[in-house]
Write a protein that binds this ligand. Structure first.
Ligand SMILES: [Zn+2]
Length: 141
């Protein structure tokens, strides 16, 4: 028992496409399909029974390529800069020392740093991994 309704998708032969395609039922009379619209070529014509093969009218969705994961960690400009420096001869930071610009230092907490500028006799600006810090120099308690 067929139960066709207008607008329903059915498989039918399309004279224009010369093959079976998916059609939409556009007209029904006495429970028989009269006219159909080919979803492939959009032609309206009388319903003809399918002959066998079907053209897939629905375009298969191509899965989008997986998003490239950024393997690069987000690093600070300072971290990148410090990475390229040689800290083999870095000196340990101590408040009572005297520093000069571009000296590589190692701080117990902040790690490797480079003296960016000498602010005054007792203050220097040091660039650490997490950013610049004002440090003390020539400090005599
Ligand atoms: Zn067609």
């Amino acid at each position: 028992m067929e139960d066709n309704t207008i607008g329903q998708e059915i498989n039918a032969y399309c004279g224009k496409c010369k093959t079976d395609t998916i059609h939409l039922i556009t007209s029904i009379e006495n429970d028989k399909i009269l006219k159909v619209m080919c979803k492939h070529c959009n032609a309206y014509h009388q319903y003809r029974a399918p002959k066998g093969t079907v053209i897939e009218t629905k375009v298969k969705k191509v899965a989008p390529p997986p998003k490239k994961k950024t393997t690069r960690r987000r690093r600070t400009k300072a971290a990148r800069l410090l990475e390229n420096l040689d800290f083999d001869e870095a000196i340990e930071y101590k408040m009572d020392r005297n520093y000069e610009t571009n000296m590589a230092i190692v701080h117990k907490i902040f790690g490797n740093g480079i003296v960016q500028s000498v602010i005054d006799r007792q203050k220097i600006e040091v660039l650490f991994q997490d950013g610049p810090r004002i440090m003390v120099q020539n400090y005599i308690p």
